[in-house]
Design a protein around this ligand. Sequence first.
Ligand SMILES: Nc1nc2c(ncn2[C@@H]2O[C@H](COP(=O)(O)OP(=O)(O)OP(=O)(O)O)[C@@H](O)[C@H]2O)c(=O)[nH]1
Length: 346
Amino acid sequence: MTKRLATLPTLWDEKSRFRRALLRVLLWVVMVVSLALGLLNLRAHGLDSIVVIEAIIVAYSGLFLWRLPKTPYLHWWSTSLVIFISVTVLHSLVTKAMLNDGFYWLLLVPTTSLLLLGLLWGGVITGVVGVAGVAVLVWAQPPGGGNATVAVGINAGLTYVFIWALSHAYEARRHQMVARLQTVAAQDPLTGLYNRLYLEDVFAQLCQSQPQHAFTLVLLDIDHFKQINDNHGHEVGDQVLRLLSQMLRSATREQDWVFRVGGEEFCLLLPGCNTQSAMDVAQKLRRAAADLTLMAEGQPVSFTVSIGLAQWLKDGEDFDSLYRQADLRLYQAKEQGRNTVVADQA
Ligand SMILES: Nc1nc2c(ncn2[C@@H]2O[C@H](COP(=O)(O)OP(=O)(O)OP(=O)(O)O)[C@@H](O)[C@H]2O)c(=O)[nH]1
């Protein structure tokens, strides 16, 4: 379950949405502050290297803001932004354009890089920039600074590490929470299968990733399930749902998808299956369901399922039309006496 969720990062693009929102604020701040500092520096020292770098940052931030809503290369844009900011501050420390006060700007790096780039790359950049920053800060002090130089280095380093630790803890927790939310949002609590909400996402992903390949949507419904509830109780009904779910998972391939889409209704997406091979799978599942038996207070409970199939492109191109077609065939299977599979065999 989790393994498959993890393979579909684009479907649950919470991370990207969070980062785009964060970047929007950051880029506006960087652009306005760099513009103001650039103009001040230009007035004070003329056109020197720091003014040129600030002008580049203003242009870069504007360009990034323009590309931000759509770009698929968010990670690379963010990495270069963090590197840009770090190099500018380090440069200003080296050239003594800002001395100790310049280090304040480096304190932005742990939070910004961890939130934008994640724990690994954010951590790497934070570590490298932190060591370089403290080294440059100590090295750039006026000669004969003595204890003051050491004290500045230690204080700057400790503050940096403190902010790094807090940002790391926050990002790690946020990461866990988002992963948990994604699982809960996609999972049916009774059976552990994926739920209806996730079905349309996976469908869209399959259409995108295999535009040339066949896949089949299978709708499966337990026959006379109400009678099981009425005769044996709701708890036994729940056990039947769990038993059938286990069978559906174990009888299908790793690349197949199984969803619980309603009370006693299930949907499967079978990549790479045309109508004939999906028919074979559906017949196998129908027989396997009929062979299942649950013991409830010493009494055997067995059941059958009816199944409707629809093949992508042949029976419908979008989710709604394909699902409608499979539902229609499921209804026909019920009409034909249940325990039946219906597909368009033409
Ligand atoms: N135990 C249990 N029952 C449920 C759950 N969700 C829905 N149901 C029951 O499923 C039954 C569905 O009944 P119907 O829609 O009449 O379908 P059916 O009895 O299977 O009849 P056919 O589909 O025509 O073969 C209802 O009695 C619902 O209360 C659930 O999560 N657990």
